[in-house]
Ligand binder design. Structure first.
Ligand code: LLP
Length: 460
């Protein structure tokens, strides 16, 4: 099914692709948390001119609702159920602050700069996790200095972390990332725990890694504390069975860690990965992904006595998941309409630079009108951007109104995750403006649009 064109014939004119808090059509106009997107568009134009579009729009209420789905699901575990947000999905500082204030306990990072960003957003350093297959020395030093929890991804990673901790005369808090060789049944680029994936260590290597950090090079025990185990099988995972399988492997690894010198090890980090309703994974769109409640329900009975469950979702907090709500959309303006061969193209001001997922994974993000047109004639069109690449499309085969012309607005759905954070400046395009809407008359610009000066500021 990969690479297949997904037909969304029933989407463009269906108004909302999925019901949920935050978004509704009122008198034919899309509203976010009660605010008309047409009004918002006018307001952004007034303040930012042409740089006001395209715009990433985040619904505050949807964000809070998504956090609550997870915290409610983890509630039976009390303090032993911990929600950590994976920054890579969306690293906007104000989005991070909002997530923390809404009840996210920890932040999961994959670089030194993400660690610094999480701290800037108010997460205590000891509530930050640092994952990585190729950690740099400065990043390890930063993590150890501040008491960040590091994952041990390989023997060489373990050696680096133990060595740096010893040199610093400090203790590194660690969890071991396992590769359980489980098929997560997702897009090949999003699977991280297949037998030949680059992440983590195989079960048979666990003993060796523990030995490296236990003895270090000089035989001292004190510089690494192994607190538990980490597994993340991939992203856009729909079935709870995968999470049950992971829990069994993690429980076995935790037992081994306890027996091999860390009797108080208790953390079971089962990563993120929960799929969303409109995952954009070709062939999987008809599958109803598990909700956070179903996810935790599948894990709970298998958790070993005295363990702490840590989940580190990204997408399902800032895009949408199962019964969760859409957090973010990208609002874009039509530049023109053209036809070539049998194809009708709607050229908009957003591009693969803002939403790379269709080009990279064959992902499908529904596109709908901001204002439902009076003209009820529809046609199948490709929504494409101005970038000089044939792979520059936001959605193909969309059923949209024939009345669309220059200046009309559209929204691309489920762009809260892995869109702004994966944006590029290709074609010297500036990073788009980002806005959080909180109430019918309240929005905050949480990232100003880049300008030409920003783009050239690093050239010497
Ligand atoms: N934990 C670990 C160790 C991860 O590697 C990831 C994502 C997560 C948690 C969060 O996963 P989530 O809940 O967001 O699925 N760029 C791709 C997704 C890459 C995910 C990488 N790792 C996309 O646009 O679909």
């Amino acid at each position: 099914m990969e690479g297949q064109e997904v037909s969304s014939k029933d989407e463009g004119h269906k108004m909302l692709p999925v019901d949920g808090p935050g978004w509704s059509y009122v008198n034919g106009v899309l509203h976010c948390d009660g605010m008309s997107l047409e009004d918002l568009r006018m307001s952004l134009k007034k303040d930012y001119g042409l740089q006001g579009s395209p715009a990433h729009i985040y619904s505050y209420s949807a964000l809070v609702a998504n956090v609550k789905k997870y915290t409610d699901a983890l509630c039976p575990l009390g303090e032993r159920g911990v929600l950590s947000y994976s920054l890579k999905a969306n690293n906007n500082l104000r989005v991070l602050e909002a997530l923390r204030q809404a009840g996210v306990n920890m932040a999961t990072t994959v670089s030194g700069n993400e660690i610094l960003m999480a701290m800037k957003a108010g997460f205590a350093a000891t509530n930050i996790i640092y994952n990585g297959t190729g950690k740099r020395r400065w990043e390890v030093e930063l993590a150890i200095k501040h008491g960040v929890l590091l994952n041990l991804d390989s023997e060489f990673d373990a050696r680096l972390i133990a060595g740096v901790a010893r040199e610093m005369g400090l203790r590194a808090r660690c969890i071991v990332r396992l590769n359980p060789a489980l098929n997560a049944d997702t897009h090949p680029y999003l699977a991280t725990a297949l037998a030949d994936s680059k992440f983590g260590v195989e079960f048979h290597q666990l003993e060796r890694v523990l030995q490296v950090v236990r003895t270090g090079e000089s035989g001292d025990v004190e510089h690494v504390i192994v607190e538990g185990v980490h597994i993340h099988v991939g992203s856009a995972v729909s079935r709870t069975q995968v999470f049950s399988d992971m829990t069994r492997v993690a429980a076995r690894a935790l037992r081994e860690i306890r027996e091999r010198g860390w009797p108080r090890a208790s953390t079971i980090n089962l990563g993120g990965g929960l799929n969303i309703r409109l995952s954009g994974v070709p062939g999987k769109n008809d599958e109803r992904p598990a909700t956070p409640e179903q996810l935790v329900g599948a894990i709970l009975p298998l958790l070993p006595e005295g363990s702490t469950l840590l989940l580190e979702p990204g997408r399902s907090l800032v895009a949408t998941a199962g019964s969760c709500a859409f957090t973010g959309v990208l609002m874009t303006e039509v530049l023109g309409v053209k036809t070539n061969g049998k194809r009708r193209f709607l050229v908009v001001d957003a591009a693969m630079t803002e939403v790379i997922r269709p080009a990279l994974y064959g992902a499908h993000h529904p596109v709908t009108h901001v204002t439902i047109p009076a003209c009820q004639e529809w046609a199948v069109m490709d929504v494409v951007g101005p970038v000089c690449e044939s792979g520059d499309f936001l959605a193909r085969r969309c059923m949209l109104s024939l009345s669309l012309s220059s200046g009309a607005a559209l929204v691309v759905w489920a762009t809260g995750a892995y869109c702004s954070s994966m944006a590029s400046n290709y074609n010297l395009r500036p990073h788009a403006i980002e806005v959080i809407v909180k109430a019918p008359d309240l929005y905050t610009v949480v990232r100003r649009p880049e300008n030409f000066e920003d783009l050239i500021s690093c050239y010497l």
